[in-house]
Ligand binder design. Structure first.
Ligand code: 4AZ
Length: 537
């Protein structure tokens, strides 16, 4: 429930993720299109879904036969229960505009062998919302020109394609209506226009939350990308010669007059380099096994260790942070795997965070709070000679993992930190207001609030899961297994703090778990789980 994000007190707060009343919601305002027109378009599908139509939740663009560009938020919303997708968790749908297409040799569902997202992805601000998927097989299918469907990656020198009013096209299988009721089977595309960074950062618009170093805005009246289009393409040019200039990333609502769609800026050097480097990106890090925990003696002068499970793949870097709980503040300079509490920690509980990082992303865990730090156990110093410590950073932790012999606490006072760094590790809270199901749909109304913040939530997504009986052995043996089928559900902000979650085309008389992921402006994600059962008849 604790997600990182360090907010230096007084920093500019990011703006609303979804605000204001819905205006015109129609890919909003677009039209159905063909895969020939947008051959680079793919859909990301939960591996556990029974079909592409059931499981599509994001878009993507084919960069080459083995690589797809998408958004980081399509594979990662950190947090203990957040969305963290690894290669086996998703598939790529390609080769058809109809998700329900199942013509052999045409539409394909391709396995993913690597998931990599920008190590600079910031869920709190949506900065660097870019990811790459490596595929298990050539996406165009056996026998086809493996690169027939590629979209050209715009170069950093292609900035001019994004100037104000420049014509652009975005596409996807995202919702076409405010209720989320229309999740189309057909690929949709819509023409939008470039919006200048200044206009997009206007106080009446995103008010400074657009970072032109990795984001770009595009809009037109009543036209926009929307939920489910995320990760998909923003292209410049014409069919046959498209250039990928953006990746669907975020926005306040969809097609709202003052809130353009926000795209990851493919022409930005950092984004461009990440995508260009796709063939050498490592798989995203994973932290597996035991949960993070503070172990050792919570006593001034004792040694605490930030214990955690194994990190993979080989070569990840481990980074640590220690904090004091309630109010949550970072302990300056405490960045080792161990920490020796100082006098200032007495009476406080401590926590740690471990991050495993590589060029393909990061994984992180927060520990729960430690026991309250007690006073030093050392007997009163027999001699007044303090341990001479030339160390200018008395809070710095020793590297050895073995606890030092019982030593008096470092006697030097903690230097006052230059700026107080607070950690918002409190995720939003949710309350279910209403739940109703028909035979094929369930609708939840929830109130989502964020105590530590006055700004709206950064992102809210929802998915459904149900157990389905599937054949699991070889076809000759009639063995069946229970498998979990995951799908995305529509989320619509209907009033301040109030969200409608709409899940459609559900199985009759089936038990569902509906998971709502609410991420606040500091990047803390709360997973709320509700049960619902569709009517039998
Ligand atoms: C989303 O939630 C989303 N209008 C995608 C695009 C936009 C807004 C939200 C842009 O996936």
């Amino acid at each position: 429930m604790i997600l990182l994000t360090l907010v230096v007190v007084g920093l500019l707060q990011p703006p609303p993720a979804s605000a204001g009343p819905p205006a015109s919601w129609r890919i909003i305002g677009g039209a159905a299109t063909t895969i020939t027109t947008h051959p680079h378009q793919v859909g990301l599908v939960f591996a556990s879904a029974s079909s592409a139509f059931q499981g599509q939740y994001c878009g993507g663009s084919i960069l080459d036969a083995r690589h797809v560009a998408t958004a980081a938020h399509c594979v990662e919303s950190p947090g203990p229960d957040g969305l963290s997708l690894y290669p086996g968790d998703l598939r790529v749908f390609a080769g058809a505009a109809q998700l329900s297409a199942s013509v052999p040799g045409q539409a394909r569902l391709v396995d993913v062998t690597k998931v990599s997202f920008s190590p600079d992805w910031e869920p709190a601000t949506n900065r660097n919302d870019v990811a790459v998927l490596e595929l298990a097989a050539d996406i165009a299918g056996p026998g086809a020109d493996p690169d027939a469907d590629d979209v050209a990656l715009a170069a950093t020198s292609d900035e001019a394609l994004l100037t104000a009013n420049a014509p652009l096209t975005t596409s996807g299988w995202g919702t076409t209506s405010t209720s989320g009721a229309t999740s189309p089977d057909d690929l949709h595309a819509v023409g939008v226009k470039g919006v200048s960074d200044d206009d997009c950062n206007d106080p009446g618009s995103y008010d400074g939350a657009i970072d032109p170093a990795n984001m770009v805005c595009a809009a037109d009246v009543g036209k926009d990308s929307c939920q489910g289009d995320s990760g998909g393409p923003l292209v410049s040019g014409a069919p046959g010669s498209w250039k990928l200039v953006g990746i669907v990333s975020w926005g306040s609502g969809c097609a709202l007059a003052s809130f353009p769609g926000v795209y990851t800026r493919v022409t930005a050097p950092s984004v461009n380099a990440f995508l260009a480097n796709r063939a050498s990106l490592p798989n995203r890090p994973a932290l597996t096994g035991t949960a993070a925990a503070v172990t050792g003696t919570a006593r001034v002068g004792g040694t605490l260790t930030c214990a955690h499970g194994a990190a993979s793949p080989a070569g990840v870097t481990l980074e640590y942070l220690w904090g004091r709980s309630t109010p949550d503040t970072v302990i300056p300079g405490a960045t080792a795997s161990t920490y020796v509490p100082v006098a200032a920690d007495q009476g406080r509980a401590l926590f740690c965070r471990v991050q495993a990082r590589n060029a393909g992303g990061y994984a992180e865990r927060f520990s729960p709070d430690s026991a309250t730090v007690s006073a030093s156990e050392a007997p009163p110093s027999p001699s007044p000679t303090p341990t001479p410590s030339p160390d200018p950073q008395p809070t710095a932790t020793p590297t050895p993992v073995s606890p030092p012999p019982s030593q008096p606490a470092p006697s030097v006072a903690t230097p006052a930190p230059v700026a107080t760094v607070v950690v918002d590790r409190t995720p939003p809270a949710g309350r279910l207001l209403r739940r109703s199901c028909t035979r094929g749909t369930c609708t939840l109304t929830v109130r989502l609030t964020d105590a530590q913040s006055t700004v709206p939530l950064r992102r809210v997504t929802a998915r459904t899961a149900t157990k389905v009986r599937r054949r699991c052995g070889p076809p000759t043996r009639r063995r069946t297994c229970l498998r979990t089928e995951t799908r995305s559900a529509a989320v619509v902000l209907t009033a301040r703090d109030t969200y409608h979650i709409g899940a459609r085309r559900l199985r009759r008389g089936a038990a569902y778990t509906i998971t709502i992921l609410a991420t606040d402006s500091s990047g803390n994600t709360r997973a709320l789980r509700y049960r619902a059962r569709t009517k039998r008849r």
